[in-house]
Write a protein that binds this ligand. Structure first.
Ligand code: KG4
Ligand code: ZN
Length: 383
């Protein structure tokens, strides 16, 4: 069973080809989706450089770029996978949530290929792609509390089984990744802000600045107050918040293969308004304190959700889950609580099509197929 998936929900064009050996048959005990799979190709074309000059993602620029990148990614993916596109057994695409004009490009290509080759089409929820990514490879989806933390979403979800999800908490304002990006911008760091802040937080003192941990008694999240607290703190410690756009000296190749083979570590550096050694210590402590405030909230609420819903597995996905400090602290806390902890490799945590192909494979195994007439849904709900 070979699945080709497209992901174009925002500003990354991605195509992956996954070969699965789906095991069918009656479910054993609790219904489980079981599959083992091999990633034959995974391509991601980043548009960060195109949008950086506007200070954010411009939907029309994004969709035009998807149109430019998708055909060459398709060619590259089939070449890497050493298959002919007619060998693909099913086509899948992200159907939402995301930018309508971007979603439309990937979904139209996926549907077109499915119709042209007479194969099934699967419309996949982007969040379900993230949520299932910690199971990539082994494919056995067991009950868990899933924390999805990305640039657009912060959600904790009770996963009972594949396709059975209950949203426990979500952000009422900024997503965790959005807070990283906005604070990085204030500090004159590059975009995306998460890796920039994480890099500077290394060796910094996470206790130096006392930043708020909001919505203590709620299952929801809020990061806007934290961002504002940093903004008000800056002048007090002699730093002028940067008003400039996010800057990025993008030294990565424009198209990268992820997972197949593994990507090179990102070696880029970016400018900051902090010049002296003393300034760097200040920046490092500030980044560490900010990062710790986010990690504290995410860990505390995730563990509270686990205790309330009585599961023994925690999973984490989405771009922010690349953060090593978050992974480490959540893993340690899970170990102390006797819980299992699962996350995907970092290349699978940021937006990619391999996670969409994997979700499609698990769903196809359960007999799920979409109607090609199904429209994209920018607000596609997970549950
Ligand atoms: O999942 P993703 O690629 O796209 C969305 O679906 O939004 O997540 C992107 C977000 C960005 O906000 C970025 O700053 C954040 O993930 N991010 C990180 C790290 N790597 C990416 N945040 C904190 N630490 C990181 N290492
Ligand atoms: Zn995402």
């Amino acid at each position: 069973m070979t699945i080709l998936a497209l992901e174009t929900s925002c500003d990354e064009t991605a195509i992956a080809i996954l070969r699965g050996r789906c095991r069918s048959g009656p479910p054993v005990g609790r219904t489980r989706a079981v599959a083992s799979s091999k990633l034959l190709a995974s391509e991601v074309a980043s548009q960060i450089a195109e949008h950086a000059k506007y200070g954010g993602v411009v939907p029309e620029v994004a969709s035009r770029n998807h149109l430019v990148h998708a055909p060459r990614l398709l060619e590259r993916a089939t070449r890497d996978a050493k298959i002919d596109i007619s060998d693909v057994d099913a086509f899948a695409a992200t159907s939402g949530p995301g930018l309508a004009s971007s979603l439309m490009i990937g979904a139209s290509i996926g549907k077109g290929l499915a119709i042209g080759f007479g194969k099934p089409y699967l419309a996949i929820n982007h969040l379900e792609g993230h949520l299932l990514s910690p199971f990539f490879g082994d494919g056995e989806v067991t009950p868990n509390i899933s924390l999805i933390v990305s640039g657009g979403h912060t959600m904790s979800i009770l996963v009972r089984e594949l396709g059975n999800y209950e949203i426990i908490g979500r952000t009422v304002d900024d997503a965790a990744g959005e807070a990283f990006d906005k604070v990085a911008k204030m500090l004159g760091l590059g975009y995306p802000g998460g890796p920039e802040i994480e890099k500077r937080a290394r060796g910094g003192d996470p206790k130096r600045f006392d930043l708020p941990r909001s919505m203590h008694d709620s299952e929801n999240f809020s990061f806007s107050g934290l961002k504002t607290a940093v903004r008000y703190l800056l002048p007090k410690i002699g730093v002028i918040p940067s008003a400039g756009h996010a800057t990025r000296e993008d030294r990565r190749p424009h198209i990268r293969s992820v997972g197949y083979p593994r990507p090179e570590p990102d070696q880029k550096s970016s400018r900051t308004s902090f010049a002296s050694a003393q300034d760097y210590k200040l920046l490092s402590d500030l980044c560490a304190s900010f990062q710790q405030a986010i990690v504290d909230v995410l860990v505390r609420k995730t563990i509270a959700a686990v205790q309330k819903h009585d599961v023994d597995l925690v999973t984490i996905s989405g771009g922010v889950s690349c953060n090593q400090e978050l992974r480490k602290q959540l893993r340690e806390r899970c170990e102390r609580e006797g819980l299992e902890f699962k996350t995907a490799e970092p290349w699978l945590c940021t937006d990619n099509a391999a996670m969409i192909a994997f979700a499609a494979m698990l769903k196809l195994e359960r007999g799920f197929v979409s109607n090609v007439a199904q429209e994209i849904d920018p607000n596609f709900a997970l549950a």
